[in-house]
Design a protein. Sequence first.
Length: 637
Amino acid sequence: MQLAPDYAPAPESPVEIYDAYLVHLQRRHRGNPAYTQAARSFLRRWPNVADWTTISLAEKLSANGSTRPFITFLMISRRLQPGYDYLVHRKLSSLWHELTDSCLQPDLDQFITAATELGFSERVASAIGSQIITRVLIQTSRPLLDLSERDLQDLLRACDTREEETGRGAKHYRNTSRSARQILFHLGVVDSPAPPSVVAVTLEQRMADVPATLRPAFVAYLKRKHATCTVKTVSSLATRLAHFGRYLSAVDPDIASLNSLDRRRHIEPFITSLTTTVNSVTGAPITVADRIRRVHAVGNFLAEITEWGWDDVPPRRLIFRDDLPRQQRFLPRYLPVDSDRKLSAALSNSTYRLAADALLVQRACGLRIGELLDLELDCVHEIPGHGSWLKVPLGKLDSERMVSLDEEVLTLVDRITAIRSPGRPMTHPRTGAPTDFLFTHHGKRLSQNAVRAELNRAADTAGLGHVTPHQLRHTYATALINAGVSLQALMALLGHVSTQMSLRYAHLFDSTVRTEYERALGLAKSHIGPIPTDKLHLPITDVSGGAWKDTPAIKSRLSGGYCLRAPAQGSCPYANICENCPSFHTDATHLAVLSAQRIDAADLAADAEKRGWIEEATRHHALVARLDTLISRSETA
């Protein structure tokens, strides 16, 4: 390889190289006669040190412990480029100490400075420099700013070759190589950041289990959906259609075309099978919502290719609206006030400040996690006379919005700005334009996995169990509803395009329902009159204080008194819970109390029957039967 002019050493004689080596050893207070003898032997055999690179790799690696320091000296002084195969096979454990005051030191200092500015620790930055950058600098003999992406690829190819030949893994080289490339990107050395560590599987690979005769249609449909759907949506469709394809392979592996699909033979059994299908991750049955999505995916697939006029389509419609199970309508899973406070405290005390602060911003502004991580560095806008606002980028519904900020959130954003990784703008996944994102770490965008991991840690610290990022959005919306915000304002703050989406939160604490409940309860109380509050007599024999048993209320006899509830309230779910509990025990000393309670329960059953309260009468009869059992056991004990 031709050396860069500024770094190409002048031709040297073996004597000059040997003298330079002695100076190198003296400066490091190392060396002994074995070292110097090994250097002389090396120079006698290869007076032109570059000729050493022509020998086999095995012979290079067989150099003894006295010769290896001389080879290291030749490499770090840019007198020898040994080849990437040698550099990845040999463990250069003492290389970092040898680099001090070498011609490679300025480049390494520049690299480590850039790495620490991006948030890497000194130890990690040194490890990346030693493992990747030093080897590339040695082999290329070019300065740091003249390196290229091809140099990193050459190093990784040597690692792959070593793995094939020896079985020694190269995972650590690949991981540190991605970090090195990210740092070089922010230094302006390479034009693009490191690619993701996980490479997306092709649609053809994802449809591998679909019958071969149907596979082209499945793949073509998914490719067509890329024109109108996001990548994530197409990926979800692929997952659901692949499940349908696996089902067809199991029940009818010889199916010839989509035209051969039959409702009774294929579709109805498929829909039925979803009731017992389990989640491949949790092992639990899939949810009703997932069943609906899977049926929808297949139904839309067949309906759309029919509308598009494809040749291979079923002759008739196969999936209908009634094939969908009833939608379960859950209220938003918000965090109660005490849990919200505990989680916020755990996040405030976190040592992983960037991810913790990101979650605090999400809670304070009601963002979706994708919107949160897409925030740009200039997302805060000061509007004269109207305060500070957060510009939320395009999210799930492809709409932007503005969210009002208070001083606490502004302080939070200022802190994030101070601790984020600086560096070059990165390509925006939606627009492709260079963008400065707010949440960057180690020169890369903060990932959803990192945010979720931090939330799991904080929730565990707060003793809350599993919490999802979207629950923070629900909590934000619930707090607004409790504060009396209007439906229109809630829609604007959450970025909803439909009132139905926002009404889910309004149903949590519907003031109209509460008002109607209190009105009905007041009316019921007026019918029965005020519940007695003065001191009533309730002796064990109950000979003088039985007036309470005649009130038109839902009544229960208790061991220490009685309970009166308005008919609108219904029976208390905890009425006589102790007497009916299998852990309840008694003895003969309590016979008088049990007998009196039985008499009252029988009277209350009769009163309920007279009023036509059949369920109430049944409840009292069940208590009588239970008391009979307890009394019988006490008498025989």
